[in-house]
Design a protein around this ligand. Sequence first.
Ligand code: GA4
Length: 327
Amino acid sequence: MGVLSQPALNQCFLLKPCKSTPLFTGIPVVDLTHPDAKTLIVKACRDFGFFKLVNHGVSFELMASLEHEALRFFKKTQSEKERAGPADPFGYGNKRIGRNGDVGWVEYLLLNTNPDSPKSLLVFRENPHHFRTVVEKYITAVKNMCYKVLELMAEGLGIGQMNALSRFVKDEKSDSCFRMNHYPPCHEVQALNRNLVGFGEHTDPQIISVLRSNSTSGLQICLPDGTWVSVPPDQTSFFINVGDTLQVMTNGRFKSVKHRVLADTTKSRLSMIYFGGPALSEKIAPLPSLMSEGEESLYKEFTWWEYKKAAYASRLADNRLAPFEKS
Ligand code: GA4
């Protein structure tokens, strides 16, 4: 994606003072096959809005084969990759994130999970048929696992209706997307004793995000007390994030987790994230079956389309829920 020369790096606003972020050993780990997984999921979502999922049933071979295909794409020449861009929002993007001036030391492919969307076809037109097949297989496997997680979540929340949450992402009109992020190593920053921002701090707008990365660190989350911690990478597991929409659906019981990624000085990081969102026309409000007697919604009512429109007018680090909170 083009290397920055040292003078350019010196001026680069992606460089942040090198504060060391402690490696966090307290990340909740949920075994999807554990009899009490539902309780652990709910506790993790209340405490952190984040957890690591093990024994999830998605084969490591499938993860590795998508990683291999994605790296093959990112190894192409810049002009070849740009044939699948610019990201608007779907397609190949390089350093620019969103529409309002956010940047990061990252290149990516952002796809609609409907593989027939015109932009997805454009990405795959230039690429071997195999890439498309692997992406589709992976998305199907992750979606199915995600339904299980959302069903356990509903059960753990004491909601009788098992599909109260999963139905939103199961809906054929679900507005979900899939992202593959490549953070090339940047050797120059080491000498400068600075951090290089790969993807700046933000919360995810959707219901749930399911992340898998290679074994290069970089992901950091913000704990409820405001401290940032590094998440030890684990290429065999998934990391699950609560998104803004789930925060609203649980009337603030679950918090969407603020997170960011720093680029590594020596190793490239590759992550793939499935973002499960509702259909555009869906009303986003606390689930009635969850509300205690007399409990009022903390949020004004809005549709996912309205939220998305506002999200695309925001900067990455903005609190996108603030305008929808009741005063
Ligand atoms: C963050 C989560 C997902 O990566 C994403 C991002 C989207 C984009 O890159 O196009 C956004 C960002 C994300 C939130 C605010 C807006 C929209 C960039 C941006 C500045 C695909 C999403 O859904 O929201």
